[in-house]
Write a protein that binds this ligand. Structure first.
Ligand code: TXA
Ligand code: MG
Length: 321
């Protein structure tokens, strides 16, 4: 059931149940992060492999200290002061109270303070943090509104807390702060440039190591629609398919002349934030439209959130040209 009753969501979570929650990035599938049995339900509902750790959502910086061990590093402090609440996850050594199932047995934990007012209010009335992966079946596109969650997981969870459309539309940027200098594990709602400005140096980005089990969000199968998607920045590929039926073009901001089914990520001029916020909705729409058999997607300009958008498009693609 979809609803906007924060108290009801809180009561369900207090009794060890799983509830879908809105965040500014994507919807999450949440449970009490300190309750291993409740967290096990998340893995079962999502069909998520046990090696893929969950992010822990908090509402105060004191909780960051409570759920990590050792000193919060200078880099982590700089990052959270700049970007929290918001689409940033920091990875630090975990405190004992965090059950191993949350972190997939890793000695570290990913922590994030979300900005969405509904989840902030929910967290403020709970005396525990929320473990939450994106609220989609493992490997599929992340949900950015309550209906997306209901379509795929509605039968399996007692409540979907509706907070409208997610404004960022891409998952959080994950930064591993267990090393100095720190490293970016996943591109997301905060650009590398913004991270670098806060840190005072450009961090290494490990997001291309697709076999790295420490960042399973980076598996190539992630964010994939069921339909075939070809990713390209070559206009001749669009020219080749132009005019053919049952093929959709997903373009940055300008339509390709002479083709019927076209979707634009952004209005013209191109706006990376707008494109990010529309990406997952459009991919779902394309995937569920029975008139479409093949998607040809254009790589977006690589600046700002563009590199995260291209990252998701690359993972969604069955072919790159
Ligand atoms: O924006 C987001 O981050 C959303 C919302 C709901 O907060 N959550 C999200 O969760 O995208 P999920 O489970 O789809 O992706 C979390 C990813 C994992 O796949 C893993 O790559 C990384 O976070 N992660 C979590 N804990 C980690 C850790 N201790 N070390 C390294 N990576 C970790
Ligand atoms: Mg996910």
């Amino acid at each position: 059931m979809i609803g906007s009753d924060i108290q009801r969501a809180a009561s369900l979570l207090k009794t060890g149940q799983v509830v879908a929650i809105p965040t500014e990035t994507v919807y999450g599938l949440a449970a009490n992060a300190l309750d291993a049995e409740a967290v096990a339900l998340i893995f079962a509902i999502k069909k998520r492999p046990a090696f893929d750790p969950l992010i822990v959502h908090i509402h105060s910086v004191e909780q960051l200290r409570a759920f990590t061990s050792g000193q919060v590093t200078t880099d982590a402090i700089r990052l959270v002061q700049t970007f929290w609440p918001g689409p940033l996850t920091v990875v630090l050594p975990k405190a004992e109270v965090i059950p191993d199932i949350v972190t997939a047995g890793l000695p570290t934990v990913g922590i994030r303070m979300p900005a969405h007012p509904v989840v902030r209010q929910l967290l403020s009335i709970l005396d525990f943090p929320l473990a939450a992966p994106s609220a989609n079946p493992f490997g599929y596109i992340s949900p950015v509104n309550a209906a997306h969650v209901a379509d795929q997981l509605g039968e399996q969870i007692p409540y979907i807390l509706d907070g409208g459309v997610c404004q960022v539309g891409l998952e959080s940027t994950i930064v591993d702060c267990t090393t100095s200098p720190c490293k970016v594990l996943r591109l997301g709602g905060i650009s590398i440039r913004e991270i670098a400005d806060a840190l005072g140096y450009i961090p290494e980005s490990l997001t291309h190591s697709i076999s790295n089990p420490r960042a399973p969000g980076m598996l190539t199968t992630h964010y994939a629609p069921r339909k075939k998607l070809i990713l390209t920045s070559d206009e001749s590929v669009f020219a080749h398919y132009a005019g053919q039926p049952e093929i959709a073009f997903l373009r940055s901001c300008t339509p390709f002349t002479g083709h019927k089914i076209q979707y634009l990520l952004s209005s013209d001029p191109y706006d990376d934030r707008k494109a990010a916020s529309r990406l997952f909705s459009l991919l779902r729409e394309l995937d569920s439209n029975p008139l479409i058999k093949l998607i040809i997607a254009e790589r977006v300009p690589d600046h700002g959130l563009g590199s995260a958008i291209n990252d998701r498009l690359t993972r969604a693609a069955s072919e790159i040209r």
